[in-house]
Design a protein around this ligand. Structure first.
Ligand code: SF4
Length: 239
């Protein structure tokens, strides 16, 4: 596993961004997250060592832009080159999440056509408004590997009309930290059922720090959020 942050910084975009962990972490260090800049690891995927071998070894999953959004406006003129590096390193698999799927076409290389086999794009949503807005676009896009991330899940959401065999997995989770919005287990189970009905894989990634189940509201410690979700044992693998 490798991480590649070709640029850093992000602007809050929608309801799910209210407690963005990047903004919170940067604020503690006195960094202004709204300043977007190209990093000195921009060319990381194609960097080589003294022997001429790629520094990122073949066969790895590379998590991209986990301190930004791949489609952020300020990166429009940088993005084509980033795509080209991903195409060149077809021995790696790249994955990124975005809340800006409507900007997908900006900076796309001419040879992209029906997509790159080694790139997974996760469209992130948080409520019904954003599901309708983003997933209706996502559904039509030429992307070889698609995932939907619902995190932080803020309400019950019906995504059934956007689920088909092109969606490899739906990931659900709550919000972590203090003063966060609650996650209801009923909403999670409802998404799971929608996925099972459409034979789409489902993963319950993490509880929320405030978690409601069977009429009781719990405060969950951060270190237990993922473990408790796994313990629920409700993940579903498409057959
Ligand atoms: S889009 Fe993602 S990285 Fe950007 S502010 Fe929102 S939650 Fe944070």
């Amino acid at each position: 596993m490798a991480v590649w942050n070709p640029w850093r910084g992000c602007h809050k975009k929608s309801e799910g961004c209210a407690n963005c962990y990047i903004h919170r972490a940067n604020a503690r260090k006195g960094i202004n997250t709204d300043i977007i800049y190209k990093t000195d690891e921009f060319y990381k995927p194609i960097e080589k060592d003294k022997k001429g071998n790629y520094k990122i070894k073949s066969g790895q999953m590379v998590f991209v832009c986990f301190n930004s959004d791949f489609f952020i406006e300020e990166a429009d003129s940088w993005r084509k080159e980033a795509w080209e590096m991903m195409k060149l390193r077809n021995d790696l698999h790249f994955l990124f999440l975005t809340k800006r799927i409507e900007r997908f076409e900006i900076g796309l290389p001419d040879d992209y056509l029906d997509g790159y086999d080694n790139v997974t794009i996760c469209s992130t949503i948080e409520n019904t408004l954003r599901a309708k807005e983003r997933l209706s676009i996502f559904k039509e896009l030429p992307i070889k590997h698609k995932m939907i991330t619902i995190q932080p899940m803020l309400e019950r959401i019906d995504i059934a009309e956007y689920l088909d065999e092109s969606v490899e997995c739906v990931v659900v989770g709550g919000e972590s930290g203090s003063n966060v919005r609650p996650l209801s287990y009923d909403w999670v189970l409802d998404i799971r059922e929608q996925c099972m009905n459409k034979n789409v894989s489902f993963e319950f990634r993490q509880l929320g720090s405030i978690f409601m189940k069977d009429g009781t509201t719990y405060k969950v410690q951060r270190q237990n959020l993922c473990a408790q979700a796994r313990k629920a044992g409700i993940n579903y693998k498409a057959v």
